[in-house]
Design a binder for this molecule. Structure first.
Ligand code: NAP
Length: 199
């Protein structure tokens, strides 16, 4: 299983950090190219490699963490998705104005899914602040909860397994329509809920 990350900002880096902590290999990318990522990957550790957006997009599982209005450009001209898994870690709002995007009444993951035709989209890794997401998920006497949702059961099972391997407690919220909305910021009640599963 190969992993790519598109976006190397707050959330892309947090994703890379949790993967690195679990010694899982991944290719991280941004709009400026691999050279701009040299210092970051040195700090992240040996399992994280810099790559182009296209290289990251060829992985079996592709995390996308890009500013909402920049997503169309970031998802353009990539190889066919062919059923590969794309994790939507995005929210339909962005700095500095924090004005919610006009989604035409749809859940943001449905809008996002239109940008990655043929991919199996799983919504996850979007409900916590980046600094919290990056910290050790085994804390406060338990495991930090990560929500996930999606319409493809097998894709969700793969992401659920990865979430557990990273040390989080995964919680399946159902379909993109239902679960995506619950965890979406703004719109759902779950963003910023730092829940811990005590086992
Ligand atoms: N920050 C949070 O705490 C938080 C929490 C939950 C969810 N989110 C969501 O996560 C997503 C990313 O947020 P962020 O805070 O990580 O943003 P960010 O720090 O501004 O980083 C955005 C990243 O997107 C990359 N990017 C922009 N255009 C691109 C393109 N055409 N091709 C490839 N990469 C491109 C940027 O690369 P360059 O720098 O090279 O342009 C940058 O690495 C957003 O949808 C946000 O709503 C954020």
């Amino acid at each position: 299983m190969t992993i790519g990350i598109i976006g190397s900002g707050a959330i892309g880096t947090a994703l890379a950090r949790v993967l690195s902590r679990a010694e899982i290999e991944a290719t991280i990318s941004n709009s400026r190219g691999p050279d701009s990522l040299k210092d970051l990957v040195r700090e992240l550790g040996p399992s994280i490699k810099p790559g182009t957006r296209e290289e990251a997009a060829r992985a079996d599982i592709v995390f996308v963490a890009v500013n909402w209005t920049k997503l169309p450009a970031a998802m353009t001209g990539l190889p066919d998705w062919n059923g590969r898994i794309v994790v939507d870690a995005n929210n339909p709002i962005e700095a500095p104005l924090f004005k919610p995007a006009d989604l035409g009444g749809r859940v943001s993951s449905a809008v996002f899914a239109d940008l990655v035709p043929g991919a199996r989209v799983v919504k996850a890794f979007n409900h916590l602040r980046a600094d919290l997401l990056a910290t050790d998920p085994r804390s406060d006497g338990g495991q930090r909860v990560l929500f996930y949702s999606g319409d493809d059961a097998a894709a969700k099972a793969e992401i659920a397994a990865l979430i557990e391997r990273l040390g989080f407690a995964g919680l399946d919220l159902g379909s993109l329509e239902v679960g995506g909305k619950l965890a979406q910021f703004p719109g759902g009640p779950l963003p910023n809920q730092n829940l811990i599963r005590i086992s």
